[in-house]
Design a protein around this ligand. Structure first.
Ligand code: NAD
Length: 403
């Protein structure tokens, strides 16, 4: 028995790493979730680099390509838009998408700072379009299980959280000076890039953050230049012309959670680097409570380390492996212990987005969550500048306590 088919016309803006993953996710969606009857159709892709337009058409399967993103937003067959451009274009494109009445799935950090994220938020609210954000680590079945354990009170009252988003993509001093290092193109550095993911994960699993103090540093101040759209931010260039790194490589923060987030008085630390030698994707969250604790690391995405109870006969953490009991695992693998991957998280994200667009529940993070993460990043930047604690507004969205 097949459901009624709902065709959804997809436009893609920017065919870099994330653009490719969004396109793959739309293509996989009907295979992974056939009962939804949602059939994404890849209508048109935009990129300023002609080779990437060819890739979008010849490999990803888009019917049309363009160098002007406005043609994507004006296309009558486009119902939803994936915005996978560098950060400096998020606000311009997000606002234009909302005005064109297109629902959008936009990559984090949604602009170069809180003002731009707020402008996109206002435009989405005014236009009444659905928004979805690329906070993909939420969807790992082990993270969904962690969130459930916290929500059910299995860890008791949450006392503290340690989040570390430590990457090594620019650990090499001759790593390319991609758009990520330029303030006009990216805004902040690791704060917007990785710290924002960590802040979102803390809020998703435990609840809203209400105050922060932070410090930042830049380890490599010059890097070899690279042209936009020519390589990835993992590229290493020997002997190239050098340019200035304009934002931070490293950030560390102390945070307080809002009352009600996993219990009263929870506090925590968030640390993030893009130059950590040996920690390639060490994206980790640890949650400690009065009755138990848990640990998750993206490099071992399919495992959750859990202790329940203070006095166990067997001391130490139990490794809970991925299984059909947690999150959307069963959609990918029929039995426990078969690893899922990063791309699968994007398929789950595409599903959550298009379920909302086709009249179902809003399950993914939305523009309110993006604004909330941007407010935390912005407060961290301000704190790093003057050394003071900063209050953070609680902006709703789909965080643990705000759901
Ligand atoms: N969710 C995640 O885990 C995750 C991971 C990586 C990147 N991101 C985010 O995704 C976004 C894109 O990052 P990426 O790594 O895919 O970047 P990328 O550098 O791989 O690709 C960027 C693309 O944008 C194109 N572009 C530049 N100007 C354009 C314009 N005016 N119109 C259309 N296209 C244009 C470039 O040619 C390039 O193809 C960023 O906001 C980044 O923070 C999220």
């Amino acid at each position: 028995m097949f459901p009624e088919i709902r065709n959804v016309g997809v436009g893609l803006i920017s065919v870099g790493w994330m653009g490719k993953l969004h396109a793959k996710a739309y293509t996989q969606l009907p295979l992974v979730y056939p009962e939804l009857g949602i059939r994404p159709r890849l209508v048109i892709a935009a990129d300023t680099e002609p080779g990437r337009i060819d890739y979008a058409k010849d490999v990803l399967g888009f019917a049309e390509g363009t160098t002007d993103y406005r043609e994507v937003l004006a296309h009558p067959e486009v119902d939803v838009v994936s915005i996978c451009a560098p950060n400096f274009l998020h606000a311009e494109i997000g606002i234009a998408a909302a005005k064109a009445g297109k629902h959008f799935w936009v990559e984090k950090p949604v602009g170069r700072g809180i003002e731009e994220t707020e402008a996109v938020r206002s435009a989405a609210i005014e236009a009444g379009v659905h928004s979805s954000i690329g906070f993909n680590y939420r969807h790992a079945p082990a993270v969904e299980h962690a969130r459930e354990l916290v929500a059910k009170g299995k860890l008791g009252r949450i006392t503290n959280v340690r989040a570390e988003f430590m990457a090594g993509y620019s650990a090499e001093p001759n790593g390319a000076l991609s758009w990520r290092f330029n303030r006009a193109l990216a805004g902040s550095g690791v704060l917007g890039d990785l710290f924002s993911h960590a802040a979102d994960l803390c809020q998703y699993v435990v609840g809203p953050i209400s105050a922060i103090t932070a410090l930042t540093s830049t380890i490599h101040t010059e890097r070899p230049k690279v042209a936009m759209g020519q390589s990835t931010h993992f590229a290493v260039i020997q002997g190239g012309e050098m340019g200035q790194v304009e934002n931070e490589d490293y950030a560390a923060a102390l945070v307080r959670f809002a009352a009600g987030a996993g219990g009263e008085g929870a506090v925590g630390t968030i640390e993030s680097s893009r130059v950590a030698v040996g920690r390639d994707c060490g994206y980790r969250i640890e949650v400690y409570g009065t009755e138990g604790s848990l640990k998750w690391d993206f490099e071992r995405m399919n495992e959750l380390q859990v202790v329940l109870g203070r006095k166990n006969d067997e001391q130490g953490y139990t490794t809970v492996i991925g299984s059909p009991r947690y999150g959307d695992y069963s959609r990918f693998q029929p039995g426990p212990g078969c690893a899922m991957g990063f791309d699968d998280l994007k398929v789950i994200e595409a599903k959550k987005f298009l379920v909302a667009v086709t009249g179902g529940e809003q399950l993914n993070s939305n523009i309110h969550d993006a604004a909330s993460a941007a407010a935390i990043v912005s407060a961290a930047e301000a704190s790093a500048a003057d050394g003071q604690w900063k209050m953070v507004p609680v902006l709703g969205g789909t965080t643990a306590a705000g759901a």
